[in-house]
Design a binder for this molecule. Structure first.
Ligand code: NDP
Length: 242
């Protein structure tokens, strides 16, 4: 059991974040599960993890709100000290052809996906640096690598996360802290519900949509001691997307 290595996961109430929280807990890490609106989802996660003998605590904030993040995460640090793992998963998309994107589509996606990197990791980082151990994992997207039609805002935010992840990895490497990025392809969650699968799947050699658990498995590996020499990497979980 890794029971002194606490791991924060943002957006843990549903989708990929929930699958990560469950897998991380099964691997023996105490989980600090973040959510925003979905109290019911967060509570059912808490019940499920406890019923399997895992440790979980819930924390609630909007990743766009810097002050709220600082306040809530200062309380997390005060209570738990340096976290072992920080997994920045919460994110949104607001897709449209570029000429049709609204100011709000641009701002909300950038604030939610990219600002969250700073808003969530920055308040937690000093104790991790002092302890000279830890794992930071960001969830970007293949859209941030390839650029997807109708996702100029989303691709920009995810490419920003990739750049930030790589730069932070370089800064923290001498302290034995790894910083890596997972880039999922098309994964079955609420977010991909309206995705045009008939157009996407021909580009997926495996010919199917991915499961949140298949992303979670990589997060668990990257959190492990075994992954200690893997840093500054962007690893796709995409069925071989071309
Ligand atoms: P979901 O829509 O199922 O879940 C998104 C999560 O992010 C929810 O918990 C949501 O909380 C949270 N969130 C959104 N906005 C905020 C906010 N302002 N403050 C706090 N939390 C917020 O999406 P997925 O599980 O599919 O996506 C998880 C991550 O994976 C995202 O970063 C996404 O971009 C990425 N990804 C997903 C892919 C896919 O095909 N599904 C492909 C590539 C990347 P709330 O319930 O309050 O909205």
């Amino acid at each position: 059991m890794e029971n002194n290595k606490k791991v924060l996961i943002t957006g843990a109430d549903r989708g990929i974040g929930r699958a990560i929280a469950l897998a991380v807990s099964v691997a023996g890490y105490p989980v600090i599960a973040h959510y925003r609106r979905n109290e019911e989802g967060a509570q059912s996660l808490e019940t499920e993890i406890r019923s399997k003998g895992g440790e979980i605590e819930l924390v609630r904030f909007d990743v766009r709100n810097r002050e709220e993040c600082r306040e809530q995460l200062a309380a997390v640090t005060e209570k738990h000290g340096a976290l072992w793992g920080i997994i920045c998963n919460a994110g949104i998309c607001a897709d449209n052809a570029f000429p049709a994107l609204s100011d709000e589509d641009w701002d909300t996606v950038i604030h939610t996906n990219l600002d969250a990197f700073y808003n969530v990791i920055h308040p937690l980082i000093m104790p991790v640096c002092r302890k000279k151990q830890g794992r930071i994992i960001t969830i970007a997207s293949v859209s941030g690598i390839n650029g997807n039609r109708g996702q100029v805002n989303y691709s920009a935010s995810k490419a920003g996360i990739i750049g930030a992840t790589k730069a932070l990895a370089v800064e923290l490497a001498s302290r034995s802290i790894t910083v890596n990025c997972i880039a999922p392809g098309i994964i079955e969650t609420d977010m991909s519900e309206k995705a045009p699968l008939d157009m996407i799947l021909p580009h997926v050699p495996m010919g199917r949509i991915g499961k949140a658990e298949e992303v979670a498995a990589l997060a668990v590996f990257l959190l492990s001691e075994t992954a200690s020499y893997i840093t500054r990497q962007v690893i796709a979980v995409d069925g071989g997307l071309v």
